[in-house]
Design a protein around this ligand. Sequence first.
Ligand code: F6R
Length: 270
Amino acid sequence: MRGRAPAREVERLPVEVHVSAEAASRELAAEIAALMRARAAVGRMAVVGLPTGSSPVFLYRELVRLHREDGLSFANLVTFNLDEYYGLPREHPQSYWRFMHEHLFLHVDSRAEQVHIPDGNVPRARVEEWCRDYERRIVAAGGIDLQVLGIGRTGHIGFNEPGSARNSRTRLVTLDALTRRDAARHFPSETSVPCHAITMGVGTILEAGKIVLLAWGDAKASIVAGAVEGGATEKLPASLLQGHPDVRVLLDRSAAAELTRYRDSRAGER
Ligand code: F6R
């Protein structure tokens, strides 16, 4: 249409559309490996923030492959996970502690003291103190160099559900009903999905040097379009990434389908 702004100008976050989730994940794994090797070369640690869920599965698979086949050492990687269900024992099949160990840490040369995952079993009376300490540990590690994120269908990053403040910190939160419904496929029933979680805050995430958000599949397409093209609002926490100077959104074609650049090109399709 004449006089109309090119579609990409409506995008408020830098987007990369990849041919597949695997291809995008391979590139991100190579970027993380390069960061680790560059730091190792000068005797320093790399600090990376990590999500769980289906979005980073290919990333962790590729990092394990780089360890096994290319000799990538994790000895100088410090990690901070975004979140953990509150009240699940570590050994529970759905705990994020277990997820991270099964997908990554058991297969590489990370030492336990390099790995930080929110503790979902801190007694209620000590949660706030525990969360403050998590923030202190991030600062003591030198801050997060690269934060990897997924996005939930509520627009959450970490477990910062709609309504989370831009300056929120690590804390105990209540999960949105949609988030619990989406998680129910991994639990025996919806009622067994925990109602609460400990999550890094939006403010904690925004302090990372670099942020990369991953989204695959058509179930994410509309929330991705909202986060990328809508205004920054606490109603859609991923949109708050618009305030960050070094953020990228990696999508496969299905997750990108609702962006204006594709919707416009489909407008003439039959
Ligand atoms: C998990 C996390 C969540 C997920 C999001 C997407 O640690 O922080 O924000 O990234 O719920 O989950 P998947 O990847 O399973 O679609």
